[in-house]
Design a protein around this ligand. Structure first.
Ligand code: MN
Length: 361
């Protein structure tokens, strides 16, 4: 029986240059990536693992200082009873950094980039196959034609790759690769954890990076021998990214809206997670939604929002008041369409919001 952690896509060092959140949050998140890395190392120790597999993008290399990198390798080297296996991904290509650390520590094994390499661990009766990235794009999968598995051993494959056929990020045919007979295929690159097929899994980013990476994040913990296989997802991320839909209706007053913004979010999540509210619907035209949102904001650790609402106008009254100008004519024209149809009603209200705000200038 061997026990191991499957992780990857930590993106240590990232400064979140394209993030929607501001610099102070980005700085905090950068440190939290290192904190999650430390949690993984601690988990490997407490679970008494034999291996720690890191499937690419350990670093966001262009933003890492030499200190950041030394900090990571020194921490991994302290795991003297655990074999650490690393492949380079598209954010930390196999270059001088990995070359420098490749043979420095007895328990850290970094795979080369020229072909799929095999590293054997007799003590555990295990062979681990993997290949690193050394260029920004791969249009085909690596060559498996010379891979002959020793069926008496536990065989593991590590790849940083994409299961989509036309990808430029090393497209792989996961079905065909699974058929070779690996006991586990540890994949990196896609940031949402999931089973792809059989015993092939994406570990996902251990700590989510942005609002595209909702849901739970962490590591996979696996126990396997030739007959038995057990996999558990272990949640490790310090925060989640949460996108919530909020629908506003014209009958909602100030307090109703204020309450609706946080209604479906737990206290714990408000205090801890990264939130995005997707606000839509129709708002009473006397209500200033931006002011309500500003008031709700301190209840969140972090909150951003999109506002897709339209004001609820008293159309007949406005029409009466604007009989001979462009506003009245616009309403008249729009009312020739079927106003029970949401699409036309929205167009009328959006146009009105624009025309009436023009009048204010
Ligand atoms: Mn990645």
């Amino acid at each position: 029986m061997i026990k191991f952690i499957h992780t990857g896509d930590l993106h240590l060092g990232s400064v979140f240059e394209n993030a929607s959140f501001p610099a102070d949050v980005a700085k905090l998140r950068r440190e939290e990536l290192f904190k999650t890395f430390n949690s993984i190392v601690k988990a490997a120790v407490s679970l008494k693992d034999n291996f720690l597999l890191i499937c690419g993008d350990l670093f966001e290399e262009k933003f890492c200082t030499a200190h950041d990198i030394k900090r990571v390798f020194d921490t991994l080297a302290s795991l003297t009873d655990i074999e650490v296996l690393i492949i380079a991904g598209n954010h930390d290509l196999y270059s001088s950094t990995y070359r420098h650390y490749a043979n420095k520590y007895p328990n850290i094994h970094i795979f080369g980039h020229e072909k799929i390499e095999k590293k054997s661990f007799e003590k555990f009766n295990a062979d681990i196959y993997a290949i690193s990235w050394d260029k920004a794009a791969y249009y085909a999968e690596p060559d498996f034609s010379n891979i002959k598995l020793d069926e008496n051993k536990i065989n593991i494959l590590m790849l940083h790759a994409d299961c989509a056929p036309n990808s430029t990020y090393m497209p792989i045919n996961i079905k065909a690769i699974s058929d070779i007979g690996f006991d586990y295929i540890a994949l990196g690159h896609i940031h949402k954890p999931r089973q792809v097929t059989g015993r092939a899994y994406y570990c996902g980013s251990a700590e989510p990076l942005d609002f595209k990476e909702t849901g739970e994040h962490g590591i996979y913990h696996i126990e396997a021998d030739k007959d038995a296989f057990k996999i558990d997802f272990v949640k490790l991320a310090s925060r989640n990214f949460v996108v919530s839909k909020v629908n506003i209706t014209p009958d909602m007053g100030y307090l109703d809206i204020l309450r609706a913004l946080t209604a479906n979010i737990s206290h714990e999540s408000l205090n801890n997670d990264m939130h995005r509210l997707a606000i839509s619907g129709m708002v009473n035209s006397a209500i200033n939604l931006d002011e309500i949102i500003a008031q709700a904001k301190p209840s969140f650790f972090y909150m951003e929002y999109s506002n897709d609402t339209i004001p609820d106008f008293d159309v007949d009254y406005i029409k009466q008041q604007n009989e001979n100008n462009i506003i009245g004519k616009f309403i008249e024209k729009m009312q020739q369409y079927d106003m029970t149809d949401e699409k036309y009603r929205r167009a009328l209200y959006k146009g009105l919001a624009l025309l009436l705000s023009e009048g204010d200038k």
